[in-house]
Design a protein. Sequence first.
Length: 900
Amino acid sequence: MKEHLNLLKTDFSMKAHLSEKEPELNRYWSEKEIYKKIIEKNKTGKKMILHDGPPYANGHIHIGHALNKLLKDIINKYYWAMGYHFPYLPGWDCHGLPIELKIKNENDTEDIFEFRKRCREYAKKYIDIQRDEFKRLGILADWEDPYTTMDYNYEADILKAFNEIYKKGFITRGRKPIHWCPSCKTALAEAEVEYQDHTSPSIYVKFKVTGKENLFAVIWTTTPWTLPANLAVSIHPQYIYHIVRVKNEKWIIARDLVEKSMKEMEIDKYDILEEKKGKEFEGMTYEHPLMDKVCPIVFGEHVTLEQGTGCVHTAPGHGADDYQIGKLYGLEIFAPIDNKGCYTDEYPEFEGVNVFDANPLIVQKLNKKGILIKERKITHSYPHCWRCHNPLIFRATPQWFIDTRVPELKGKVIKFAKDTRWIPKWGEIRFSNMIENRIDWCISRQRSWGVPIPSRVCEDCGEEFIDENFNEDLIEKIRERSSDIWFKEKISELTDRIVKCPKCGSNHIVKGENILDVWFDSGVSWYAVVKEKMGEDIPVDLYLEGSDQYRGWFQSSMWPSAIINGSAPYKKVITHGFSLDENGRPMSKSVGNVISPNKVVKKYGAEILRLWVSSIDYTEDFRFSYNALNQMVDAYKNIRNKIRFILMNTQDFDPKNDNVHYSKLETIDKWALYQLSVLINKIDKAYKNYEFHQIHHLIIDFVTVILSSLYFDMIKSRLYTDPPGSRARRSAQTVLYSIVNYLTQRLSPILSFTMEEVFLYLTHERESIFFKVWEQVPEEWGKWDDEYDLLFNMREKAEKELENLRAEKKIGLSLDAQINIYYKNDSIKAIFDKFDLEEFFIVSKVTVIKDNTLGEVYKIEIKKATGEKCARCWKYKSDLDENGICSDCRTQIKNWKKED
RNA sequence: GGGCCUCUAGCUCAGUUGGUUAGAGCGCGCGCCUGAUAAGCGCGAGGUCAGUGGUUCAAAUCCACUGAGGCCCA
């Protein structure tokens, strides 16, 4: 009997064996040069560019990298399938402090050239590691020729962009306070600062407010040596301040700090005279405590009520907050301290005195002037040099800047931000707020692993200068020999031009010692990569990075582009959130809650990770856990099994010869195509809007409800028992084939490995699913009469009744039952006639009965089927033969034709 | 402390301009099937929509505040 049943087998396995199959497919894609061929194939298509933001070439990839690249991969594959010319050139960020520190820790060398060589090798090593890890995830890209910021050409183009900005007048010279070690005479990055306990003087000083009788602002500081550089007193505009009477003087102190500070100043007799809001001190000035000048009282949001007096001594040359305030109020960034930590002639009185030695002298002087209120000692955590362990100072030093405050430029950038399409929408607000509030961009670093700022310094007068012609000579040399030459060669080797100091005319000129901020490196990637390397236009279509890049790359790319191009570097910016652990906490090595993508790939397969990426709304922060991955494993199996069912049942189906025309399909088959067309249209819309989690849920729902629980279940009997080549069976197969065809297309950006596997299984004509331009669904599939949905409601009710019979042990399979349907209106009867109701309800018999007395629209009655169970179709019939086979089955067997 | 964002069943997500008993899939529980079988089907239990207060005839949806959390600053 079984020979007259279509019980087909497939070697498309139920188990995926992802960890073995994925590497095979990766090799296949590499060998066949799939990426290259896609780009070649779409060469005449509409051009679009997603410009890859470069991850830092350090360490293995983490989940954030994986998510970022996988989202890009989904987008790439989507645009490829839409026929776009959409090249994807990945890149790496190579210069910068983390690598520098790593190399310094490993094996210090005095030879800067050797040192940079090691940095370069280190970056190279991790580029290779990360590239392999990305490739393993199934990401198709131009992996053979990625861009790196240490590439000779890239380095040259950094300076080319720099020179263009310089020529437009936006590179300026200024000062900015940084951590400085007076004993090593060197600048330190935050990462090189160690905090240790240190004992400092703690002093309260009163500054005489000008034009007011006996009114003083009381400040507190632990660095008396910075008082000569004092240029303002900061007050919080929102805080409440008290005017406190002490003897015959009036002191300004923040209300909440009066008690505490009075105690510390050991003053027990005082009265509160008045209460004022910080704002009310607007426009006031005071006499400088040490110099003969008048300084302003300014507003600062950095003022706190934790310690001190709420009136904060502000020296823009000696503090980070102070610097911000200084910039905001246009104060001088004044720091009369040299690189040994001694006063310069800008403070002649103490010229040559070391700042730490100067502390008591300053205190003495304040005391003499009668403005010192109290001196104590304080032991607090203070920055020290990680090398020599001596205390550091914060000192303004000459730096190079891009002047981002020029109103015209800032206005342009705000407009560009407005014209950019941000996904999610609030990106514009977040970005614009940052633009509004930002001060100059300091682009110089006192470091070695990076691209040099091509400045030169006059040994005679100290002038540091930049020259555009010299820059051009240098750029070409760097293009040939990398930026190493700056550190290796003398100036005369870098240019043929005669060099003289533009200020004093001296010819004793040496190279400057600054490198560029690495944010500048990556910030001009649109220039070095898109414009120079790829020869494409700016702005590019799309940037896609984590939301931390509003501050980072989106800005560092915007400013140079706004200056050089007079446009934004991008048209559209998509951001994704950050990975949190199961409990919503950030993943960190120290907490030990990190799940690395490499581990996931090993344990589950890249496909599971890809499916997970598609399941979340990436615009927000997302939780990542083994729990979530296990859920993806189930979802994956779910999809895979549905596809397997189709592959199994279309084994003997050749779409070229066996396809049944739409008009000849069974109604339920048309319904399946209708559902498919709805699905595909929704999916395509979601792709267009980059809402991949919609696709994920749409597909899971479709596959579980529409396919598995409804359609497959209904047509099983037809597939198994109808003669192989019969119209009815071919009708179902035609639909199944369409479903798998469309599903593999639409799923290929997400489940790339599996869909390629299915594609290769299904057809041997083409080399890859990724060569396929997606088909749109025929319009006629969208036709469906809503009235038919009545049947599906009936079916739901029937299922509940069947469940009751099952509970009463009267039936097992639904085929063990039969249904009577009572109706009143002929319009309903017309619906019934369109369907094979036995198939629809999966029962042995459906009897449709007209009943004019019926109150409701219809009524169903279910009972155990009468007759005997046919051994072949499992329906209950009254016409079984001696083999236990019903007459319908006998006919089917008679019409059975062997496939050739 | 500031800018921006999030909070709907155990998990991942839907919930149109405020309008019936807040939905889906997974997971879970119970049952069925053994011609998708390390599969398949059915039924069911899960939610004071973070909390509080307000606007409204009506709020998951609008407003305010609080709480928890994230990114970036300070």
